[in-house]
Design a protein around this ligand. Sequence first.
Ligand SMILES: [Zn+2]
Length: 467
Amino acid sequence: MKALLALPLLLAAPSPSAPPLPDGEATALLEKAEGRASTGKYREAQRLYRKLAKDFAGTPEGRIGERRARPSAFLGAADIVRNGDSGNRVDIVLMGEGYQLKEMKAFAKLADDLPNYFRRNRTLGEYYSYFNFIRADLVSADNGVDGFGREYDTALGGHILGTYAGHVAVNGGEVRKMLDELPAHDGQAIVFAKLGVLGSGGGGIATIGGRNMKTTLHEFGHSFGRLSDEYTSETHKRGATKANVNVTDNPDPERAPWKHFIDAKVPGVDMYQGADGRARGAWRPTANGCTMGAGEFYCPVCREQLVKLIYTMVDPIDRAHPAPHGSRSDEEYVVEGKELVLEVTAMQPANHTLEVQWWVFPEAEAPRPTVSDNPDAAPAKRGRRSTRNPVELAPINVKPHQKSKGKRDGEHELRFKRSAFEPGRYRVVCRVTDRAKLRGARHPWVLKDDRGLLESEAGWWVRVPSE
Ligand SMILES: [Zn+2]
């Protein structure tokens, strides 16, 4: 009897090695430190992280404090431009490398200017509202770039590459660790290395020495767009040219990655020798002018790639209300009063609007379910968000009941009138498509969209009661 009573008492007794009970104090201190950093009070943030590390050692918050109190560390983050929820935007995280505490205000100012680089670019400017820009505040103990036998203590391990000009690069693993300090991200960072020249880009990370708009957009073409160099000058010894979206080692236009542009007779697109940092043996799509060469704007081939990649992270349907149902769902909305209003908010490029089409099908004629049709799929997760997995849309061969185009606010609705339908169950389908065709343009920006990235669907089951 005694032994049985003793057991729960023993379990309830605090053991000396147990971490402090979660009383919210650590979380409050962490939030306070992050708040200081986001308003530019970096020294104060550092002090609070040191306190967090000391007072809450061994707890998850204490470990965050320990990490952020280091001489080179992540101190916090702030929105520069927020165009929408991170779940349906491309989050670009801006980071400074080699910025010491007293220089971080200067970095914040540089970061503030960056969204304008995007806005002024023809391609990225058209899709400007699809991006968020977030500043991550990184402090470096030293300002310097590793190389020529010297090592510096910096946030991202900036170093000089073995190119003739000594292009600057950072350690990708360190960048990803900093990205993981954020509640959510898309694995996309633009790093400004204070000291360092030119830049480099790949795997979601663009690094720019100093500050230069043209270099930034070129490196972003590598890091986000996975595009190759279209310039001919040799910057370093490279291996054999690999065929990519905008560069090929084969002069045959029939085998060109951009054959669909040649077939569509898009002006200026053909086979031009000289790309991938060499004058011979590599071909590019346009004579000159692409940002991936030395030009100011992305060529049509690079532009198509960028738009498609934006749509791997952004759904053309920004919001649907009420919550849509999967095509196999048993759930339904009953039309109680005179009508049921279904709403969709489409994404809004700068100079063209998305096409929105609505259909109402009696249950028996509803489009057949497709493999990946699941509205609950791929929710936004902590850390790197899973890329969008577009639903393979079932073909619909009847005219839409309603078509709405040209609405500037992106908001569209279907008023399902009870009096217009017999009692029964109906499937309402709304499809939103970006035709990527700007006014006055002869060709759409996206000529081939095999994965259906530029379209999306919301569907609802609606019951008209017999009463
Ligand atoms: Zn190009």
